[in-house]
Design a protein around this ligand. Structure first.
Ligand code: NAD
Length: 379
């Protein structure tokens, strides 16, 4: 049983899908692991550490994945990577299939079995495999670090002989995994933190972190959570009421961090250009939803835009900005899942296609797109 770990081909990707810790664990299960030379460098893992863990260092990607039963990746394989994969190989990655149906079809055409880790059900058994949570948590932390770096003032209140510095006011919009970590991080840095969400369950979580909850709490708000725990799209009427409340609140904020997402849809627009204009010069807005269309009007993917002295930050791959930690957790998520696909006695890959975790995550198999959300509709 061979596990291949190629370097990521996307220049923006600094994470790696295996660490020396997970390599050791795979070897203990009877696997042979091949890591492409340099694959861990952007996550501060030199080849020597993989080699010390027992991996073979491959000169290039083709050598790393040659005859591999399992290929571990951060991002969906690109067309140019596919020819090197063995037919029937399991490729485990974040596949990002929405809007990339052609790329998914190409993966199916290459005859590999693609596992989309982001479709892992959010059930207790799979918590350790939840890449969305492990990476969103770090993105929420990093958003505050980025905001602090862009904000030319201190975050905590300081009473010094030279005068008193007021605490920064931080407003977090969207209190899911990323937002709650942003609240906790901003609080640790001494900011005065408020937060909003459309899910009523978020209120208690926000308050338990010592932040104030700001939202229109009408009847629609009380029903705004799906059975799966996600937000529903809100009515135009609710959005208008909430926008009026946010408009008043945001004027007094120094830092705004937005994280609001609705599964399978464009991110809701929560901060208008007029709201940005109402803020003080020197204020900072960090839009973690920029890759899904953005919560903040004027946020540009991959750019820091300055509008009348206010900075709108649209960094991409924010978890990748804290790559060493992000890789450590991502690799552990992958190990926890792949371990369930290995038969310990025969030391071979033996997938139970009826397992609910496998069913939820398999995107392509035997030359076809098989995931219910993506497979071609029958005529
Ligand atoms: P997400 O990334 O889909 O969205 C981020 C946040 O944006 C959510 O809290 C959402 O309610 C909020 N949002 C959406 N529209 C909004 C709007 N118009 N205004 C303000 N906020 C808005 O969410 P997530 O971080 O993936 O978490 C979603 C849910 O899943 C939460 O209930 C979370 O606790 C739950 N969860 C469960 C598990 C588990 O059980 N294993 C793991 C992780 C998350």
């Amino acid at each position: 049983m061979k596990i291949g770990v190629p370097a990521e081909v996307d220049g923006l990707e600094s994470r790696v899908a295996a660490t020396p810790e997970t390599v050791k664990k795979f070897i203990a299960l009877g696997a042979e692991v091949s890591v492409q030379s340099g694959a861990g460098l952007a996550s501060r893992i030199p080849d020597a550490e993989y080699a010390a863990a027992g991996a073979t260092i491959a000169a290039d990607a083709a050598e790393a994945v040659r005859d591999a039963d399992v290929v571990l990746k951060v991002r969906r394989p690109q067309a140019e990577e596919l020819p090197a994969y063995r037919k029937g190989a399991l490729v485990v990655a974040t596949m990002d299939p929405y809007g990339h149906e052609d790329a998914v079809a190409a993966i199916a055409g290459a005859g590999v079995t693609a596992i989309a880790m982001e479709f892992m059900p959010r059930i207790t058994r799979a918590q350790v495999m939840d890449v969305l949570s492990s990476q969103a948590n770090l993105a929420g932390y990093q958003a505050v670090i980025d905001a602090a770096a862009e904000y030319d003032r201190a975050l905590p209140m300081m009473m010094t002989a030279a005068g008193t510095v007021p605490a920064a006011r931080v407003f977090v919009m969207g209190a899911g995994v990323a937002g709650l970590q942003a609240i906790a991080t901003a609080r640790r840095l001494g900011a005065v933190v408020t937060a909003t969400d459309v899910r009523p369950a978020a209120k208690e979580q926000v308050e338990s972190l010592g932040a104030k909850f700001v939202a229109v709490e009408d009847d629609e708000f009380k029903q705004a959570e799906t059975a799966a725990g996600y937000a529903k799209p809100m009515s135009a009427e609710y959005q208008a009421k909430q926008a009026a409340l946010v408009a008043e609140h945001i004027k007094k904020q120094d830092i705004v961090i937005t994280t609001a997402l609705i599964p399978g849809r464009a991110a809701p627009r929560l901060v208008s250009a007029a709201m940005v204009a109402s803020m003080k010069p020197g204020s900072v807005l960090i839009d973690l939803a920029v890759e899904r269309g953005g919560n903040v009007e004027g946020a540009k993917p991959g750019e820091v835009t300055v509008v009348d002295g206010k900075k709108i930050v649209g960094h991409l791959n924010v978890a990748g900005r804290i790559a060493a930690t992000a890789s450590q957790l991502y690799a552990k998520n992958l190990y926890a899942f792949v371990e369930t696909l290995i038969d310990k006695a025969s030391k071979t890959v033996a997938v139970n296609w009826d397992d609910e975790l496998v069913k939820a995550t398999v995107l392509t198999r035997d030359g076809a797109v098989v995931h219910p959300a993506f497979k071609p509709k029958e005529a």
